[in-house]
Write a protein that binds this ligand. Structure first.
Ligand code: AMP
Length: 542
């Protein structure tokens, strides 16, 4: 017997329709590429998203055609999120930090028909458009009078004249909720990038789950500033969850430095922000010297790479801001786990609570996870045993776009490429990417743990731990360190700093001071590149 409830597909258009109807006066504030602040409401965003849908119809785009963006977090990008997916096309957000050849490769692979870009990326578009054979229309996200003359880009129009010519009356179509809504290519540190192809169903379910109290805890009372870019895994789904809850949205545009973010947090009374650790490092470095305080910020979600304990401590102890450590990946839309404490942890001493907060957290309903050994056998949840982390759920990839790389699943589970422990309460802790694991004398050393200790030293800005070959132990850890400007620390001081903080045999054998640690397009440390740079390095005792 079937249930007798209304059968309404979960579609992305329903989120903006809801926000427009029930939170029509909630604000969306954006710092524009021009530098000024733009402000309007969900009502206006909904109206303009419908104009986008009509403008795509006018270009004679088919259902399922890909529309690409190279854009910062801002109101026009937000309208494309809804206008493109809501009308049945697929939003392809491209990471502008990728190499131009990789961008051209991705655009061709996705067979993008339209490319919408912020003017900051004009030189990039000028460099790649000749190689992007499928793109027929270029839209600059600007007013008509800002459209660059003689850009050399064919069929270029300004976004405002493109949508301005269209009616705002449009009925969002209804279709199968499993239809593709968006795509995002993985950073592709090995081989060509592969695309996760999200569906309306997966994105809507993810938006519901992300808003839950033990996840990102979003409400109509919040003003949310996603520093995490809309070009990388849909800004962790915040543009969708914010519409679902009616929260005020504050978009930082291209200004991601500490001063600009601080000013925006304060001016717009932001209660809640989300981003990767490097962005928060810049914010804290800006605030400390002048003794600046937050007047409204209460929570911040930090993920994308491991959040160092020093950062959780600084936010919590110095500024009264709760840090929620999050873990996920492009293939997971992206959220998998979030770290919030349970009632039973209330009575624990601060140090014990910190140990839990450092973990990547508990699975969100919708995501199941397990750790397995090399033979695929499930490992115990004891908080100590390391294993390959596998996940499954309705917002996790089943296959990559165009079947690239074959079926990624193992017995129905997606292998994340992360190595982790899970404790008896279900808190997962990532110890490494599987390709970065350090094995010394048959035992694993967590490079994340070794890095966290180094960055707790006051003179250390950034640290990356890698394994180097050793005749007796197979591998030994060394740590590459970037010093903070004007600060000094010696190799021996740093090695001594490890004493008592980790087991003796896990202390790095050496410290290599470097000017910078190579970062990938999504801001993560590129250890493959670091290993290449240090290929002639020899351990001092050998
Ligand atoms: P991406 O698909 O580019 O977002 O990268 C996903 C990868 O980032 C994961 O598989 C992890 O290796 C890493 N990652 C994400 N969040 C965290 C976190 N909180 N701690 C440690 N690593 C993380």
């Amino acid at each position: 017997m079937l249930g007798l409830m209304q059968n309404q597909p979960l579609l992305i258009s329903s989120l903006i329709e809801f926000a427009e109807r029930h939170h029509g006066d909630a604000e969306i504030v954006s710092r524009r590429v021009e530098g000024d602040l733009h402000r309007y409401t969900y009502k206006e965003a909904g109206r303009r998203s419908r104009q986008v849908a009509n403008a795509l119809d006018a270009l004679k785009l088919n259902f399922g055609d890909r529309v690409a963006t190279l854009a910062w977090n801002g109101y026009r990008h937000f309208e494309l999120y809804y206008g493109v997916s809501g009308s049945g096309r697929v939003l392809h957000t491209i990471n502008p930090r990728l190499h131009p050849d990789q961008i051209a490769w991705i655009a061709n692979h996705a067979e993008d028909q339209v490319l919408c870009f912020d003017l900051s990326f004009l030189p990039l578009v000028q460099a790649v458009h000749g190689k992007c054979s499928s793109i027929k229309h270029y839209i600059a996200l600007c007013d008509a009078d800002k459209l660059p003359a003689d850009s050399g880009i064919p069929n270029l129009q300004s976004y405002e004249s493109w949508i301005g010519a269209q009616s705002d009356s449009y009925v969002w179509p209804s279709f199968d909720e499993n239809t593709a809504s968006g795509m995002c290519y993985t950073s592709g540190t090995t081989g060509n990038p592969k695309a996760a192809l999200y569906s309306h169903r997966s994105s809507t379910l993810h938006a519901y789950a992300a808003a839950l109290p033990d996840v990102m805890c979003m409400s109509a009372r919040d003003a949310i500033l996603p520093v995490v870019p809309m070009f990388h895994v849909n800004a962790w789904g915040i543009p969708y969850s914010a519409a679902l809850t009616g929260a005020k949205l504050v978009f930082p545009g291209p200004a991601l430095d500490g001063k600009s973010i601080y000013e925006l947090l304060e001016a717009e009374k932001v209660t809640y922000a989300a981003g990767v650790p490097t962005v928060w490092q810049m914010l804290l470095s800006h605030m400390k010297p002048g003794g600046l305080r937050f007047s409204t910020l209460r929570r911040t979600v930090i993920g994308g790479s491991a959040c160092p304990p020093a950062m959780i401590k600084a936010f919590n102890d110095d500024y009264g801001v709760e840090v929620l450590h999050a873990w996920g990946m492009t293939e997971m839309s992206p959220l998998g786990t979030l770290c919030t404490l349970k009632n039973k942890h209330d009575a624990l001493p601060a140090e014990e609570k910190m140990k839990i907060r450092l973990k990547q957290g508990r699975a969100i309903y919708g995501v199941d996870m397990k750790i397995v050994d090399e033979a695929g056998k499930e490992l115990p949840w004891d908080g100590k045993t390391f294993g390959d982390l596998h996940v499954k759920g309705p917002w996790i990839v089943r296959e990559y776009y165009k079947g690239e790389g074959g079926s990624p699943l193992v017995d129905g589970w997606f292998p994340t490429g992360d190595v982790a422990t899970i404790d008896a309460d279900g808190y997962m802790q990532v110890t490494d990417r599987s390709k970065d694991v350090i094995k010394s004398g048959g035992e694993w050393i967590s490079s994340i743990e070794i890095e966290n200790i180094a960055v707790a030293h006051p003179a250390v800005a950034m640290a990356a731990c890698i394994g180097v070959p050793h005749p007796k132990w197979d591998e030994r850890p060394i740590i590459a360190v970037v010093k903070k400007p004007g600060m000094e620390v010696t190799r021996d001081e740093l090695i001594k700093f490890y004493e008592g903080k980790t087991a003796k045999w896990q202390i790095p054998d050496d410290v290599v001071f470097v000017d910078a640690i190579p970062l990938g397009a999504t801001g993560k440390m590129l250890k493959t590149r670091l290993r290449e740079l240090l290929k002639d390095y020899k351990l001092p005792q050998l």
